[in-house]
Design a protein around this ligand. Structure first.
Ligand SMILES: Cc1cc2nc3c(=O)[nH]c(=O)nc-3n(C[C@H](O)[C@H](O)[C@H](O)COP(=O)(O)O)c2cc1C
Length: 178
């Protein structure tokens, strides 16, 4: 099989596991939404999630100041809002209003849930030791919500530069319990 060299600048698109999430925060009176695909599971229970939030983003300021957020998981029906929220900054734009997303109160944090997302993970910041070096935050999930009616969520998986895969076929194989 003939392979060709692949640009290092595109490598992330091969590895990104997805799904794209919408990180919500509430800071200085503004509820905000940031699409994020650079995240990774780090522990089963309590669930720990590592993620990269660029220091240029309003969400970085909100996360460092409040140490709270919600990871909302959208399905393909919200694709246009996801990309829209990624092209504007919450410092200047009320993204909930502009993209017709609905805030719902969380149980354990001040940041809002997005009602239209099929799952919502309420998180606090557990570790910032890699924040200065890599903008890497470790989040602990304190409370998780799911829509039981959504059996096969068509989640979005970012391939880079506006290209997404939509989750489709599900297969179940024998595996150890956990
Ligand atoms: C699909 C997608 C994935 C993204 N992933 C990330 C990410 O993992 N980390 C990040 O800092 N920004 C990511 N971005 C860019 C931010 O969402 C974008 O800069 C946003 O406007 C920041 O908003 P804020 O300034 O209101 O926080 C992504 C954007 C899109 C559309």
């Amino acid at each position: 099989m003939a392979k060709r060299a692949y640009p290092l600048s595109k490598v992330y698109g091969l590895l990104e596991p997805g799904p794209v999430v919408l990180l919500t925060t509430r800071h200085r009176g503004r509820a905000n939404v940031m699409p994020m695909s650079w995240h990774t599971m780090m522990e089963f229970e309590p669930p720990l999630v590592g993620c990269i939030v660029s220091g240029r983003n309003f969400s970085f300021e909100a996360l460092t100041a409040t140490r709270q957020c919600v990871l909302n998981i959208p399905t393909a029906e919200l694709a246009a809002q996801v990309v829209g929220c990624g092209n504007v900054c919450g410092r200047r734009v009320d993204k909930f209003a502009r993209f017709a997303l609905t805030q719902a109160p969380a149980a354990t944090v001040d940041a809002p849930l997005i009602a239209e997302c099929y799952a919502n993970l309420e998180c606090t910041v557990a570790d910032t030791r890699l924040m200065n070096r890599y903008n890497f935050f470790v989040l602990e999930v304190k409370k998780a919500w799911i829509d039981p009616a959504c059996k096969a969520p068509r989640t979005l998986h970012h391939r880079g530069r506006g290209v997404f895969m939509v989750a489709g076929e599900t297969i179940t194989l024998p595996s150890r319990k956990k």
